[in-house]
Ligand binder design. Structure first.
Ligand SMILES: *[C@@H]1O[C@H](CO)[C@@H](O)[C@H](O)[C@H]1NC(C)=O
Ligand SMILES: *[C@@H]1O[C@H](CO)[C@@H](O)[C@H](O)[C@H]1NC(C)=O
Ligand SMILES: *[C@@H]1O[C@H](CO)[C@@H](O)[C@H](O)[C@H]1NC(C)=O
Ligand SMILES: *[C@@H]1O[C@H](CO)[C@@H](O)[C@H](O)[C@H]1NC(C)=O
Length: 504
């Protein structure tokens, strides 16, 4: 080895050591802090997410994570790529009617004070907490309603999005406006766990004639709860990463799934709404929607709706079915729909409505049953220890609490998210041919190519699922796990399962 190489290696090793020690010191220091879990979770987030195969946008957002405008001096904020200075907005943004409008200069201190203050209701506190970061833009379409009766539903298009996804969300808005909303002008509500940048708000507000409102998410709706063991989380992340599970190492992905499972319907801006339409960045709509789906939902007493139904990755939800059955047993649930999600082994068949498109009743999400199911799931910590998606949770909740006729399959809505695209296939008429346009490069209709779950849905006949079925399914699950306990992918020991069977 040449002298030069030796020097190089020594330097490289020294640098690695210094970096490792820095990380250790950081973790150490943060564990002394009383914000213990929160800081640690951020550190671990960065450590794990960096290692993972994240796309450039996620990486960009990760940089932003530590430069989010909270606790930063105005000077630092200005050099940030994600410029936030709401005194410099050029469009006519206003505060939301009846929301707080006066704030002290130091917003970090303001937020901390609100978080420490006792309020009569959580809603009041959340509203006060996020108010400085909430802006409303009145769309010109509202002129149409001056002096006329507004027959629109109490509904909005709800979007959880990051500043870095600006182009992708503009694409989705363009699609939705073109196919539907230019005729109805339903308002948009944009939510973010970080303050929206000036650029984001100005671009998006100009993308539609509808009202747009931009808001922060209350801290409690996003932060990792103190009860979560971050050391355990880290170990479990690494297991999923080693199995190449998509987002297996991402903490923010888990925070998002938890938010979409149990918090979006608690946001102060949606409290007066009956229905919501979830819109995600970078999706396509292929067909004209020339009626109002919100009105359709109300008039036909629909509570939940979907366009794509597909299989979930089993490794992301090892204990979701078990936990749901335990919930069903504890609450003596009787259901006509749960069987849709059960296979011949009495196990979850992994079918779920793909919730990135969802038009649903907010009153249902705010119901006691849904909330109690979410709380039960959340108490296990498995949003973090496993990688539970909100889609199977919404679906199993529908299975537990709804009837088939309360759910609508919007067959006429052509839709693409990620690599999955579907549109109505009509053999008898060319009605859809006129209303839809599918790009040439999209070769495969998901409903045709992978339509097993859709077929279960189409042919499903109500079956009365009672507590006996829940008990039976739980016992079957325990027996099967017991048999498979030698399989080293199984994390639960034989003794633990034996105990469970006995206790059941
Ligand atoms: C705002 O208050 C926080 C906490 O007291 C402090 O760390 C920060 O420096 C303050 N920011 C400005 C701009 O004064
Ligand atoms: C802001 O509102 C005023 C009054 O409604 C209007 O004259 C002006 O053109 C608006 N400015 C922008 C940038 O939209
Ligand atoms: C749009 O915003 C204006 C206030 O800017 C409000 O009066 C109106 O009711 C809003 N329309 C909808 C459909 O939310
Ligand atoms: C459970 O529900 C069934 C059907 O609604 C009912 O007949 C039964 O009495 C309930 N059992 C308990 C323990 O509440």
């Amino acid at each position: 080895m040449s002298k030069f190489k030796t020097v190089f290696y020594v330097a490289a090793i020294a640098l690695t050591l210094v970096l490792n020690i820095t990380i250790l010191i950081k973790l150490r220091a943060s564990s002394k802090n009383n914000l213990n879990t929160k800081l640690q979770s951020k550190e671990i987030n960065l450590l794990l997410d960096n290692k993972n195969n994240l796309n450039d946008k996620d990486k960009q957002d990760m940089v932003f994570k530590n430069a989010d405008g909270f606790g930063k001096s105005p000077l630092e904020i200005q050099i940030d790529e994600h410029f936030v200075d709401y005194t410099k907005l050029s469009l006519n943004f206003t505060r939301v009617e009846n929301w707080p409008t006066k704030f002290p200069e130091n917003l970090t201190e303001y937020r901390e004070t609100i978080l420490k203050t006792q309020y009569l209701t959580k809603q009041n506190q959340w509203k006060e907490e996020i108010a400085p970061w909430v802006w409303h833009h009145r769309g010109v379409a509202e002129d149409k309603y001056i002096g006329k009766t507004d027959t629109r539903e109490k509904a909005a298009i709800l979007v959880l999005v990051r500043n870095s996804e600006l182009e992708d969300i503009k694409h989705s808005i363009r699609m939705l406006e073109d196919r539907f909303n230019r005729r109805y002008n339903y308002p948009y509500i944009f939510l973010n766990d970080k303050p929206f940048s000036n650029k984001f708000m100005e671009h998006v507000a100009r993308s539609t004639k509808s009202n747009t409102t931009f808001a922060l998410i209350p801290q409690e709706h996003w932060e990792v709860p103190d009860s979560i063991d971050m050391e355990k989380t880290k170990v479990e992340f690494e297991k999923l990463v080693s199995q190449d599970i998509v987002y297996g190492g991402s903490l923010s992905y888990r925070q998002m799934c938890r938010f979409n499972s149990g918090f979006f319907y608690k946001h102060p801006l949606v409290q007066n709404l009956k229905y919501y339409w979830r819109l995600e960045p970078n999706i396509d709509f292929y067909c004209d929607i020339d009626y109002d789906p919100f009105k359709f939902m109300r008039e036909n007493k629909k509570i939940y709706s979907f366009v794509i139904i597909l299989y979930e990755l089993k490794k992301t939800i090892p204990t979701l079915w078990k936990t749901s059955l335990e919930y069903a047993k504890q609450n003596n649930i009787t259901s006509n729909l749960l069987k849709l999600f059960v296979n011949e082994n009495k196990d979850y068949n992994l079918c779920h409505f793909w919730s990135n498109f969802e038009i649903a009743s907010l009153d249902w999400y705010r119901s006691k049953e849904y909330e109690s199911y979410f709380q039960f799931l959340d108490s296990t910590g498995s949003f973090f220890y496993e990688r539970w998606g909100d889609a199977p949770i919404h679906s199993l909740a529908a299975g537990l609490f709804l009837n088939k006729d309360q759910i609508h399959f919007f067959n006429d809505i052509g839709y693409r998210h990620d690599q999955f695209a579907r549109w109505p296939v009509s053999t008898t008429t060319n009605e859809f041919g006129i209303k839809c346009q599918v790009p040439k490069n999209i070769k495969e209709n998901f409903d045709v190519a992978s339509g097993e779950c859709l077929n279960f849905w189409n042919t499903y006949k109500p079956y009365e699922w009672t507590n006996l079925d829940s008990t039976d399914a739980l016992n079957t699950l325990y027996m099967n796990r017991f048999k498979a306990a030698n399989d080293d992918t199984n994390v639960i020991t034989i003794n633990r399962w034996r105990e469970m069977i006995v206790n059941n």
